[in-house]
Structures are given as structure tokens and as C-alpha cells.
Design a binder for this molecule. Structure first.
Ligand SMILES: Cc1cc2nc3c(=O)[nH]c(=O)nc-3n(C[C@H](O)[C@H](O)[C@H](O)COP(=O)(O)O)c2cc1C
Length: 162
């Protein structure tokens, strides 16, 4: 018997994560972007990452169709980007500063790092799909500190302990 969704949410809120915006583009050139904290590295050789995307998200179909996406890791002064891309808005990029990656995917300006990925695998998992992406390019920016998400709040990174 699985735990309830309320209990699950509270338990998972104890895991601190960074915050990313996953961006992609469909065959008609429409841009998509969504806030994703379910991101992690998978393999060093080849360089693989994964993202977990809710099947009902508008970006979900576009990700499956385009086969390419970018992971934009947010800096500590970009919490407004996280809130913006978590909303189901018509054109999320109208008020956002971005530039185009080499495969035409929008890359968020001043993110800590932009990772350009090609989908190499996907796995159906409950109400989400796990997309595995091979990282083809990375673009490091000048920002230094990450945005942190913990217990449903945005935070800045604390002191270094060891
Ligand atoms: C901090 C934060 C983290 C989130 N992480 C995820 C995630 O890992 N996967 C996911 O599917 N949705 C996640 N969401 C929710 C999506 O960003 C939200 O459903 C968004 O509206 C989807 O955009 P779209 O429908 O335009 O594609 C997160 C939202 C917030 C605020």
C-alpha cells in the first residue's frame, strides 16, 4: 500500500534541490519552457542527464516531438523565472531574456549553466515520463550561486561546511 500523496509531498520536500527551466521547441517553432526540479546526472560516459516531466504538461508532447531540450540551471537571483515557468501561460518567452542554442532551443540568459541535450531514451513512470538526454553542449555563465528549493520555499545556498 503506497503512502498518500500528501504524505509523499511532505516527505519529498525534505530533499533540497536546485531549480532548472527545461526548454524545447516544437516542429512549428513554438517555444516551451517549464520549471523542473526533478533533474539529475545519470552517466559520465556518455554524458547523460534525466528529467521527469508530468504527462499533462504542455512541454511533454513538445519534448517527445522535438527530441531535443535544454536544461537551464537557475542562479540564486532567478526565483522569478522559476515561478514564471511553473505557470501555464500562453507565451512564456515574451518577457524573458534568452538566446538560441545550436539546435534552436531557447537558452535562458544568466542561468548558472545551460545544457543542450538530445533525447536518447524515455521511460513511462506513473504520471511522469523520464526523459534521458545526452549532453551535447554546455554553456557556463558568470553567475556563481544556485537557486535552492527546500520545503516548498526558494533559498540561497548556506555556508560551506567541509
Ligand atoms: C520549484 C518547482 C519545481 C517543479 N518541478 C517539476 C518537475 O520536476 N517536473 C514536472 O513535471 N513539473 C515540475 N513543476 C511544475 C511545472 O513547472 C508546471 O506544471 C508547469 O506549468 C509546466 O509547464 P507547461 O505546462 O507549460 O509545460 C515544478 C514547479 C515548481 C514551482
Amino acid at each position: 500500500m503506497p503512502i498518500s500523496s500528501d504524505e509523499f509531498r511532505v516527505a519529498l520536500s525534505k530533499f533540497a534541490s536546485g531549480v532548472t527551466i527545461v526548454t524545447t521547441k516544437d516542429s512549428e517553432g513554438n517555444l516551451y519552457g517549464m520549471t523542473v526540479s526533478a533533474f539529475c546526472s545519470v552517466s559520465l560516459d556518455p554524458p547523460l542527464v534525466l528529467i521527469c516531466v508530468e504527462k499533462t504538461a504542455a512541454s511533454h508532447a513538445a519534448l517527445g516531438e522535438s527530441g531535443v531540450f535544454a536544461v537551464n540551471v537557475l542562479a540564486e537571483d532567478q526565483a522569478h523565472h522559476s515561478n514564471h515557468f511553473a505557470l501555464p501561460l500562453e507565451d512564456k518567452f515574451k518577457i524573458i531574456k534568452y538566446f538560441e542554442g545550436s539546435n534552436g532551443i531557447p537558452l535562458i540568459e544568466n542561468a548558472l549553466v545551460n545544457l543542450e541535450c538530445r533525447v536518447v531514451n524515455s521511460h513511462d513512470s506513473g504520471d511522469h515520463t523520464i526523459f534521458i538526454g545526452e549532453v551535447e553542449r554546455s554553456n557556463l555563465n558568470d553567475a556563481e550561486n544556485p537557486l535552492i528549493y527546500f520545503e516548498g520555499r526558494y533559498r540561497a545556498i548556506g555556508e560551506t561546511l567541509l
